[in-house]
Design a protein around this ligand. Structure first.
Ligand SMILES: NC(=O)c1ccc[n+]([C@@H]2O[C@H](COP(=O)([O-])OP(=O)(O)OC[C@H]3O[C@@H](n4cnc5c(N)ncnc54)[C@H](OP(=O)(O)O)[C@@H]3O)[C@@H](O)[C@H]2O)c1
Length: 329
């Protein structure tokens, strides 16, 4: 299959490109930074440099590639995220989720591509009431904190664009929080460094439930969705949604840091605002049952606690490594 991968130079794109190539696919990898063309070539992709927010440039690039599938893995999140200004920090990412998705989908439809796969998020958009783990059928949060509303609208718009796509198999993958090589929860990543400096405290009891996914498991689920996923939304998360009060001390231990400090919610709110506190205290996790059933997806790291211990550093990825990978369960 010929695959047009927007975001090929990102954390996920870097792991997905060699995986697709080793599975026999031809990859045209799109990024926005000209000097990364060599990086794309080295990973086995044909490079294209274009701005995803420029509809004409995207149409031109996709028409030149004539792919069977178009994949959206774009984001523009700053390394040092200020959660107090959540929507402002996500403004460009929100445009990539709304305009970027429309540009890529329109181009995919124009060239007669048969498959379209776009990223979404499993975590803070989930409803914060009821059970601690949500499926794809559960409603998203109707009333997220005020500073997250524009970002929530962008997620809803992306998923609606995918759901209403005509003449193409369209899929949205709600990834959990990435960890592993190249991510903020990987060797050298911002979260790991903050945990090591004890600047990532448990706030307000840490009852927020997070769903994680190792970057290589996310890449492999994406490959399967591209190859044979049925239209719809899939949660791409591991088997064990976990409270902050559980995963954060375990992560600290895994990276040989001292245990995290604990702060009451009112102090947390001064430091990271309502959105940040909600991620520490009231968000809900997600179930991966649908992705396993329909995609036939098997995880290398079904449990984040094993992934935190064994999967934070860089190892090469290919379908051969995935076939022979030890499964940590
Ligand atoms: N990190 C998580 O925990 C998480 C969770 C759920 C969903 N996701 C989603 O999963 C996807 C992959 O995430 P990631 O961590 O791999 O992202 P990343 O490392 O930040 O990579 C972002 C990619 O988007 C490209 N890009 C950004 N703005 C662009 C523009 N205007 N035009 C063209 N390309 C542009 C970047 O190109 P350059 O390299 O040239 O800048 C890069 O290839 C994203 O859509 C993200 O929102 C992430």
């Amino acid at each position: 299959m010929k695959i047009f991968l927007a975001g090929a130079t990102g954390a996920l794109g870097k792991r997905l490109t060699p995986l697709l190539v080793s599975a026999g696919h031809q990859v045209v990898g799109m990024g926005r930074t000209p000097h990364k063309a060599d990086q794309l070539r080295a990973a086995g992709a044909e490079p294209v440099i274009a701005d995803a927010l420029d509809a004409d440039a995207v149409m031109h690039a996709v028409k030149a590639a004539r792919p069977d599938a178009v994949v959206h893995e774009l984001t523009a999140i700053s390394a040092n995220l200020n959660l107090k200004k959540f929507d402002d920090q996500f403004a460009l990412t929100n445009r990539l989720r709304t305009e970027g998705t429309q540009n890529l989908l329109a181009a995919a439809q124009a060239v007669g591509a048969t498959r379209f796969v776009a990223q979404s998020y499993a975590g803070w958009p989930n409803s914060r009431t009821g059970g601690r783990v949500k499926t794809e059928d559960d409603p998203l949060a109707p009333d997220p904190p005020k500073s997250m509303r524009r970002s929530m609208d962008a997620i809803r718009q992306l998923e609606a664009t995918v759901a209403n796509a005509v003449g193409i198999v369209a899929i949205a993958l709600r990834y959990g929080s990435f960890y592993g090589p190249g991510t903020s929860i990987g060797e050298g990543g911002e979260v790991i460094e903050a945990v090591r400096r004890r600047r990532f405290p448990v706030i307000g009891g840490g009852s927020g439930v997070w769903s994680f996914i190792h970057i290589d498991d996310a890449a492999n689920a994406t490959r399967l969705a591209i190859e044979h996923g049925q239209p719809g939304i899939y949660n791409i998360v591991d088997d064990e949604p976990a409270e902050v009060s559980s995963w954060l001390p375990t992560l600290a231990q895994a990276v040989a840091a001292k245990p995290p400090f604990r702060l009451p919610a009112w102090i947390g709110k001064l430091a990271i605002g309502e959105a940040g506190v909600s991620m520490m205290t009231s968000v809900k996790g997600s179930s991966n049952a649908k992705a396993k059933r329909i995609l036939g997806w098997k995880l290398i790291y079904p449990r984040w606690r094993d992934g935190f211990r064994h999967g934070l550093a860089l190892e090469p990825i290919s379908t051969a490594t995935l076939r022979t990978a030890r499964v940590y369960n």
